[in-house]
Design a protein. Structure first.
Length: 206
């Protein structure tokens, strides 16, 4: 029987690097028949910037990742899954277990980490954990982001700041929030400690 050490977990965490994230985004773009130029136009950034993200040269922020998947008519489920090819149907009976060492992890700009918690296929709902280092933000130039669906979140550690167009909300351990993702928002950790939050994102069907 093999055992999993903290070092093993750390190596797996680092294994989902910028190149792999970029390759997944490129795969989604190509499957949808979109050009680099078209994606750049939808995002309001240069073709070169989109290319750098796909090649792993530039690591996107949280906001940029959400904007990318929205521009690709995709979701975080597609990014974490690594492919949008037809797969097994959602589980209707029995159970699925995913060990901590097996969790899909994406490390974004600023040290923000997304860890997918859904153990099996969940086409319209995703369950994940986000970790924000002290002083980190998920945005470029303090921009607010919108995407599809709605999300429900709870903070388990630290302090999470969420900026909306006309209001700032600060969540602490045990606090929960729900909002339509079409409402412009920005998540950040303005504190001196690490923040951990758990989220359910419900994607529109069809």
């Amino acid at each position: 029987m093999s055992t999993t050490t903290a070092d093993d977990a750390g190596r797996l965490l680092e294994s989902f690097d910028s190149e792999q994230l970029g390759a997944r985004l490129r795969q989604l773009r190509e499957e949808r028949g979109l050009t680099l130029k078209e994606v750049g136009r939808r995002l309001g950034i240069s073709t070169s910037a989109v290319s750098q993200i796909e090649r792993g040269v530039l690591r996107p922020s949280v906001n940029r990742l959400f904007a990318l998947v929205t521009a690709l008519d995709a979701s975080l489920v597609d990014v974490f899954g690594g492919t949008s090819e037809p797969g097994p149907q959602p589980l209707l009976e029995g159970y699925v277990v995913r060990r901590a060492i097996e969790a899909d992890v994406v490390r974004l700009a600023g040290g923000v980490v997304f860890r997918r918690l859904s153990p099996g296929l969940s086409r319209d709902v995703d369950f994940f954990e986000s970790t924000y280092p002290p002083g980190s933000t998920g945005a470029e130039q303090n921009e607010l982001v919108t995407h599809l669906g709605y999300e429900i979140g709870t903070v388990s550690q630290g302090e999470l700041t969420i900026d909306f167009p006309d209001e700032r909300v600060v969540l602490r351990p045990g606090d929960t929030i729900s909002y339509a993702c079409g409402t412009p928002h920005r998540l950040s950790n303005q504190s001196a400690d690490t923040t951990v939050a758990t989220w359910v994102i419900v994607h529109p069907t069809g």
